[in-house]
Design a protein around this ligand. Structure first.
Ligand SMILES: O=P(O)(O)OC[C@@H](O)[C@@H](O)c1c[nH]c2ccccc12
Length: 273
C-alpha cells in the first residue's frame, strides 16, 4: 500500500471528528440555530461587483505546509479590518487539528461583518453543511480531490437547499470533469497548491481558466502575493482571489490587505489612463 498523503490523514481525522460531533450535537439541534431563518449573502454577486476588489480574505492561523503563520491576530479585528480594507468577502478556516481554526471563529466573524463568509473546512458529510448554516456561513467549500462526483452532487444540493453557495475546488481538468454539476455548484475555485505535495504554481489557474464554463464564477486560490498576480489572473477571467498567508504572515494582517488593495487601485488607475 502507498504511504498516505497529508490529505488522506486530514480526511481520516475529519471523518472521526464529524462522527464524534454528531453524537454530541445532533443535526436536529443545529437546525434550531437562528441562522436557519436568515437569508445568506451571495458570494457570486459580491465577487462580480465592480466597486470591490474581488479579494476573499482568509483567516488562517496555521497550515500543514507552513506550520504556524499567525497565532495571535484576533479574529474580530482582523476580519473587520479586511472588510474595511476593501476585501469582497471572507474565508474562515474552521478546522482545528491542522489549521488551528474553530467554529467559534466563524460565529465571531459573522457577528462583526456584513459580507459573504465562506466556511473553509474539509466537508465529507451532510452534517457539516448543516453546521455551516448553523454558524452563519454563506458559502461552503467542496474539494473535488476528496469527493466523488456523486458526493459533490448530494452535498451541493443540500447546501443549495439551505441557500448556501458552493465553491467547488479543483486542481486539474480531470477533477473538473468529474465533479462539476450545475445543480450543485455556483463557483469554481482553482487551487494553485497541490494538496498532495504542497507545490504551488499560479500557472495552474492560468491553464484551467478556459476549461471552466462561463456560467460559473471563477476563483483562484493560494499562493497569490501581488497586485500583478491578481491582474494577470483577472485578465483570463477570474473574479475571486482567495488569499491567506500573504496577509496572515503580518502581525496586522488587515494592514497587509489594505496595502494590496491600494496597489490594485494604483494599477487600475494606470490602466484607465
Ligand atoms: O494561504 P494562501 O496560499 O493564500 O492560500 C489560501 C487558501 O487558498 C488555502 O488556505 C486553501 C485552499 N484550499 C484549501 C482547502 C483546505 C484548507 C485550506 C485551503
Amino acid at each position: 500500500m502507498s504511504t498516505p498523503t497529508i490529505l488522506d490523514t486530514i480526511i481520516a481525522h475529519k471523518r472521526r471528528e464529524v462522527a464524534e460531533r454528531q453524537s454530541l450535537v445532533p443535526a436536529k439541534l443545529l437546525e434550531q440555530s437562528l441562522h436557519f431563518g436568515s437569508q445568506p449573502l451571495s458570494l457570486c454577486k459580491y465577487l462580480q461587483r465592480d466597486d470591490l476588489s474581488g479579494i476573499i480574505a482568509e483567516f488562517k492561523r496555521k497550515s500543514p505546509s507552513k506550520g504556524v503563520i499567525n497565532a495571535h491576530a484576533p479574529v474580530e479585528r482582523t476580519t473587520l479590518g479586511y472588510m474595511q480594507a476593501g476585501a469582497s468577502a471572507l474565508s474562515v478556516l474552521t478546522d482545528t487539528e491542522f489549521f488551528g481554526g474553530k467554529n467559534e471563529d466563524l460565529t465571531i466573524a459573522r457577528r462583526f461583518n456584513f459580507c459573504p463568509i465562506l466556511r473553509k473546512d474539509f466537508v465529507v458529510d451532510e452534517y457539516q453543511i448543516l453546521e455551516a448554516k448553523s454558524l452563519g456561513a454563506d458559502a461552503v467549500l467542496l474539494i473535488a480531490a476528496v469527493l466523488s462526483g456523486e458526493e459533490v452532487l448530494r452535498l451541493g444540493r443540500l447546501a443549495k437547499s439551505l441557500g448556501l453557495e458552493v465553491l467547488l475546488e479543483i486542481h486539474s481538468a480531470q477533477e473538473l470533469d468529474a465533479a462539476l454539476h450545475p445543480d450543485a455548484v455556483s463557483l469554481v475555485g482553482v487551487n494553485n497548491r497541490n494538496l498532495h505535495d504542497f507545490s504551488v504554481s499560479l500557472d495552474t489557474s492560468g491553464e484551467l481558466a478556459r476549461l471552466i464554463p462561463a456560467e460559473y464564477v471563477k476563483v483562484t486560490e493560494s499562493g497569490l502575493r501581488t497586485a500583478a498576480d491578481i491582474e494577470a489572473l483577472r485578465a483570463v477571467g477570474y473574479r475571486g482571489f482567495l488569499i491567506g498567508e500573504t496577509f496572515m504572515r503580518h502581525s496586522r494582517p488587515e494592514k497587509a490587505c489594505a496595502a494590496l488593495v491600494q496597489q490594485l487601485r494604483a494599477t487600475e488607475a494606470v490602466t484607465l489612463l
